[in-house]
Ligand binder design. Sequence first.
Ligand SMILES: C[S@+](CC[C@H](N)C(=O)[O-])C[C@H]1O[C@@H](n2cnc3c(N)ncnc32)[C@H](O)[C@@H]1O
Length: 289
Amino acid sequence: MRTNVLSLENFTKICEFEKMGLKKDLAGVIPQDLLSYLPDGYEIIGNIAIISVPASLEAYFKDITKALLSRRPSLVTILNKISTIQGKERIAHYDPIFGKETITEVREFGFRYQLNVREVYFSTKMASERRRIHELINKRDTVFVPFAGVGPYAIPAATRGAEVYAIEISHHACAWMARNAIVNGASSNLHIIRGDALQAAYYLNKDFSRIIIPTPYGVLKSPDFFLDRLIQGGTAHWITFCNKAQINEYIEELSGDIYEVTYCHKSGNIAPSVFRWILDIKKKKTDRQ
Ligand SMILES: C[S@+](CC[C@H](N)C(=O)[O-])C[C@H]1O[C@@H](n2cnc3c(N)ncnc32)[C@H](O)[C@@H]1O
């Protein structure tokens, strides 16, 4: 028998596809006039599904649960997101509509991340970019990861043998990252620092060959702040949110005698015309080095 091997990109596309179609599953169960309030998509974090269903559909929570469970029988919890992602720690509020366990484990290209969705931010959307960055890292690298979360950039970097400094403001996220470092065998060369990454560039008396900046939405307009800490020949991976014209402006501003943008990738949108972008920014070597 032939085994079908999928590329990560194709797998990601299938997962996206799987997230669609909830409306179709529930047509005929939820009256047509209410169906438009049901989101077609939902997010899967480990064995937890997160959906945003308005109170007007409360009478149909059991049907929604049934539809989700028939798509994903392994789900242990379904959470209804009742607020936007808020605060410095970037967490939302949830009401359970099925089960109540909020601790889960996410598996991502061989790594395992344990977390409590009520306590910390985690998004699976950048998995293929995280893998790409992981593969670029080697043991001579010194890596700085501001806004490190539960470790999905820092831990893979540390397993490549690099010395990694991860800064995170949430004590919950720091605790989960420390746990995940042990789970993934990455604790010996991962330094977890609890604090404000926006001050870290001043008090960390150190330069890095690689800086991975998964910027929280709306926090940082430009990566300059961190780029000063890059050694010549080093690369920053900057994840940001903006429209196409703005990203082109940033690329133009950044490209010059000191830096060059070697990679630009658009990864989904979070609002009309607002996309998530990832740029690789290389600090050029000068003759003086
Ligand atoms: C969008 S970032 C990305 C997290 C993680 N790297 C990921 O991709 O899953 C959200 C994280 O940044 C942290 N954070 C927000 N502002 C911060 C700051 N000023 N300094 C350090 N961490 C911060 C939040 O606590 C949260 O864990």
